[in-house]
Design a binder for this molecule. Sequence first.
Ligand code: CDP
Ligand code: MG
Length: 707
Amino acid sequence: MTHDVKSKMARPRSTMKFWKPGSEAPTISEERDLNTEIGGSTAVYNPFIALSIEKQRQKLPVFKHRNNILYLLETYQTVIIVGETGCGKTTQIPQYLLEVGWAAEGKVIGVTQPRRVAAISVAGRVAEERGARLGHEVGYTIRFDDCSDPQATRIKFLTDGILIREMMADPLLKKYSVLMLDEAHERTLYTDIAIGLLKKIQKKRPELRLIVASATLDAKKFHEFFNQNESGDPTRDTCGILSVEGRTFPVDIFYTLSPVPDYVKATVETVMKIHEAEDNGDVLAFLTGQEEVEKVVSLLQDQARSLSRQGMRKHLRILPMYSGLPYADQMKVFERVPATVRKVVVATNIAETSITINGIVFVIDCAFVKLRAYNPNTGIESLVVTPISKASASQRAGRAGRNRPGKCFRLYTEEDFEKLPPSTVPEMQRTNLAPVILQLKALGIDNVLRFSFLSPPPAQSMVQALELLFALGGLDNYGRLTEPMGVRMAEFPLSPMFAKMLLESGNFGCSKEIVTIAAMMQIQNIFVVPPNQKKAAARQHRKFAVAEGDHLTMLNVYEAYVKHQKSSKWCQQHFLNYKGLQRALTVREQLRRLMTKFKVVWTSSEGDPDVILRCIVAGFFANAARFHHSGSYRTLRDDRELHIHPNSVLYGEKPPKWVVFNEVLQTSKYFMRDVTAVESSWLVELAPHFYKQAKHDSLGSKRSRIV
Ligand code: CDP
Ligand code: MG
């Protein structure tokens, strides 16, 4: 991305410090997207839709590089391809490879995606371009959903997590001739792990080709990592880079002279100033989440209405853009507007690299993004509004210079810009590593500390993960995978805590209920709350709620759904997510099959809730909290303050003394999600190595030394 960085004025604003983001109550929808990758889909815009498929393919920027890409792949073991979103990397490159025979003799071209929805949608598109039925020549595999044919599929889209699972059965990934790691710039945990593992595999299989596809120019790190050439002679490089970057225009950067106290308000003001003072050109504003986007949209719509009352000639069209938005509404941001209208797209980070909107000339950048964060000292994983990196700031600014020179208004001072980190911290360095360490161990990588990481995680996160896996019984004293518990835990496509709960459920005598609970916990927003029917929805939802908490409530919902013949009408009447429940059904069935494979006895607690709750504790004991006289909760491990999430059935009820929870969300506070009341004695009984009984009623928070 080339754009001039100039520091010019923007009008002085207030002299207050940066507004501290996130002082509002959280909403659930978008956050669970981020957390579980089962989210809404992102719209794809195709400007050439009227042309034949063949013509459409030839119009894409990547087409000009076809031969070059194929040549590079003959020459180098690894090829890094950089190109803007929409240039054709994902849909075209695998087809070029197929066309010249990279999938001959039963070999497969694999393309990884960090997001499940992306895998499904690009697979659909490529199948369509080839006139093939999805699941045959072109297919996809994601967790709980395999739409590929081991014999027929030549191009397979799969999530990065699934690729690592496939390595358990096929450590050298022998069926693949080429693997393309797509969206590598996102640096997701599993893409990074796949990169480390594939470098190892390449040593044993030099013929295996890798393509690392990235939408940002920051590709040097990949090149250094993959280039095995130590001679310094470039003709002996083992890794090549190709840039498909289209033309970009210079972008003038403007900073505020003093920090803005409230970037939501500042965004609205800046849009209005652009509208008054600047020539034609659409505006793209970046905010951190759905709620902020909706707020800015509604404030701007008020302003737009008053402008048109004043008879202003040029109108504003304000459009939101975030991943939870219905598809048809997302598509609106790509529509052209007449010359008398200025389009203003108010978006989350989705507009940084996931989508490309034509006609943007002005960008407004609030300097923040919502990211997953992990505190290795407390073991708490949360979603936090964080300052962006310089690389993100420049990527955002670049969105203004696609069609002609543009302007980027940064709602922060140049001084603050200088303080930003150079690039976003990879997920590997800000996440709970227990699931991935378990998988590395299952792949025979015993010394995880010496694994070839693209960016090594903090040692403290490693230690935390090893301790947790030990406490769950997945690792022994020497850090080796236990048989059968550890091996089975690794095979479960769920986090180790869930896996443990499921694997133990037969012994507790409640596997039928636990498998339902685990399936329901994978689905977002089972309860539907239409904004204009909040009260009616709450009335219906209360019918399912139980004092024990969210897990048993979800069990009730599922059982009622089955009892009412899985009827969509019944779901609608009770404000339940029908599609979500259908999905819970399939997830449950797949988990049940795995449990049968592992010989978990098929049992029911026959209405006894305690059996189920104890089994939940057997998996989630590390996530325990006790009610504190201050009115909030404190973690048992390190006394951190926690609150019950407003979406929990326990919210606003008489607080149970002890709870366990599935996860924590941090917005204005730390919120526990999926919470259930437990007895403190169960914690000591079921996780004695983790908790010690203190003298009085309370539990000791010190762990015994493990690992
Ligand atoms: O991977 P990259 O972002 O470089 O582009 P792509 O996903 O291969 O998409 C290339 C083009 O294909 C897009 O610009 C769209 O015109 C079209 N496309 C589509 O029409 N429908 C899809 N589901 C995906 C892509
Ligand atoms: Mg792509």
